[in-house]
Design a protein around this ligand. Structure first.
Ligand SMILES: Cc1ncc(COP(=O)(O)O)c(C=O)c1O
Length: 432
């Protein structure tokens, strides 16, 4: 490690503590970025196959221009009228299905989910929230309770019940393919009844519609639709967390839930929304927004400022002008074919899943037992980093390679990724 980087790392430990998450065994000391490329202090180039926040590309000139023009004109909060704010919300909600026609803006996905919980609990009068057993929805106290994937306190609360991740690859012990869907649904029904039994009442179900943190799962057909029906029959609301999944990431649709023929009550948004500028929020029905905010005044100083909304508008412009959804479909298919070709060659790859420009490569020691290959997954991620390609891992066993590049990613970038992945398999396979 360069001495300058070593010294910065030490200063970081001294001031931020040792446990603030930092990617890679050899942390990257970044200097700048452009498009799908990032550069470190020494000028080394890294292909970004991981970051979804720079959604339309790192430092996109249209985004930089939108920020600087509005910042040099006016920036203030939402308690004044401003064209940008209303324009943005009109334009954003027009991308949703009927009924999802109003928005409340925040600065982070955690705040958006926190607000969604408050709204659902207020509207239903229930407290109980159903999540998956490998969930992450953010870092506030109430949202932390939902974090069954990463946060120990999630196990302590009575307001949250979880169901096993719906995963057609791993399934449930002793349950055959056709019976899987009803087995998962019966866990949701049990959670609903549990809340009834202990007097908590049901507020709703909060899930990411493409199960991104759970490992970008393939789920049984119609599972989301039937799960939503169960929850609604019991008086709960459906909240879809599109903080990772949204803004065209999955290619065919602007919103991941649109693959599933379910119109939720609340959708939460974040990460790609401002291309790195803090912009997040929720979309719901105007009646819900009015009912909630009439009783609980909601104001967020930095949420949805004229600058934030100028950026939000610019992100929507670039998505359209550069046809980034259709690029997610075509490049996504190209990369998926390449990953499947690797799966044919390397036993270590148990499953390849993808949705648009989002890929998951599940590594197993044995295709029959499906023992998660967690250590080798970590080695592969670090090997790729050292070869200038950035990915990460995800899933309940951290054994799924998570590949989720900025949307302008092209087939030639895919070639570089696939080639480097193959090198990693060839080099590291002996260690498996
Ligand atoms: C699905 C999902 N929801 C919510 C969040 C929280 O967003 P933020 O970090 O902006 O608070 C995350 C962050 O990783 C996420 O992955």
């Amino acid at each position: 490690m360069q001495s300058q980087t070593q010294s910065l790392l030490q200063r970081r430990y001294n001031t931020m503590g040792k446990y603030s998450p930092l990617f890679y065994e050899q942390p990257i000391h970044l200097a700048r970025a452009e498009g799908v490329w990032m550069y470190d202090q020494q000028g080394n180039q890294f292909l970004d196959c991981y970051n979804n926040v720079p959604h339309v590309g790192h430092c996109h000139p249209a985004i930089v221009d939108a920020i600087s023009r509005q910042m040099s004109t006016l920036n203030i909060h939402t308690r004044y009228l401003h064209e940008n704010i209303v324009n943005y919300i009109e334009r954003l909600t027009a991308t949703f299905d009927n009924g999802l026609n109003a928005a409340m803006l925040t600065c982070s996905g955690s705040e958006a989910n926190e607000l969604a919980l408050r709204m659902a609990r207020f509207i239903t009068g229930g407290k109980g929230i159903i999540v998956t057993d490998a969930a992450y929805h953010g870092n506030t106290e109430a949202v932390g309770e939902l974090g069954t994937g990463f946060m120990p306190e999630a196990k302590l609360t009575k307001r949250v019940r979880s169901f096993p991740i719906p995963d057609t690859y791993r399934g449930l012990e002793g349950v055959h393919d056709e019976a899987l869907k009803s087995a998962y649904l019966s866990h949701i029904q049990a959670a609903i009844e549990g809340f009834e039994d202990d007097g908590m009442g049901l507020a709703g179900m909060l899930i990411c519609p493409d199960f991104a943190n759970e490992g970008l799962l393939n789920i049984p057909d119609d599972f989301l639709k039937e799960a939503a029906q169960l929850v609604r029959n019991a008086g709960g609301l459906i909240i879809f967390d599109e903080v990772q999944a949204g803004f065209g990431r999955t290619g065919k649709h602007m919103w991941a839930h649109q693959w599933h023929d379910v119109v939720p009550d609340i959708v939460t948004l974040g990460k790609p929304m401002g291309n790195g500028f803090p912009l997040a929020g929720l979309v719901s029905n105007l009646d819900n927004v009015n009912a909630f905010s009439q009783h609980a005044m909601y104001f967020n100083t930095f949420g949805g400022t004229p600058v934030a909304c100028a950026v939000g508008n610019a992100v929507l412009d670039v998505l359209e002008q550069e046809n980034l959804l259709s690029n997610a479909v075509t490049t996504g298919e190209y990369v998926t074919r390449g990953l499947r070709a690797l799966q044919d060659k390397y036993e270590l790859i148990g499953d390849v899943r993808s949705l648009g420009m989002f890929f998951a490569v599940e590594l197993v020691h044995d295709r029959i037992t499906k023992t998660p290959a967690t250590t080798i997954a970590k080695k592969i991620v670090n090997y790729l980093r050292n070869q200038g390609v950035l990915i990460s891992t995800i899933g309940p066993h951290d054994s799924v390679l998570k590949i989720r590049p900025p949307m302008p990613f092209q087939p030639e970038h895919g070639d570089r990724l696939l080639h480097t992945l193959e090198q990693a398999f060839q080099t590291l396979i002996q260690d498996v």
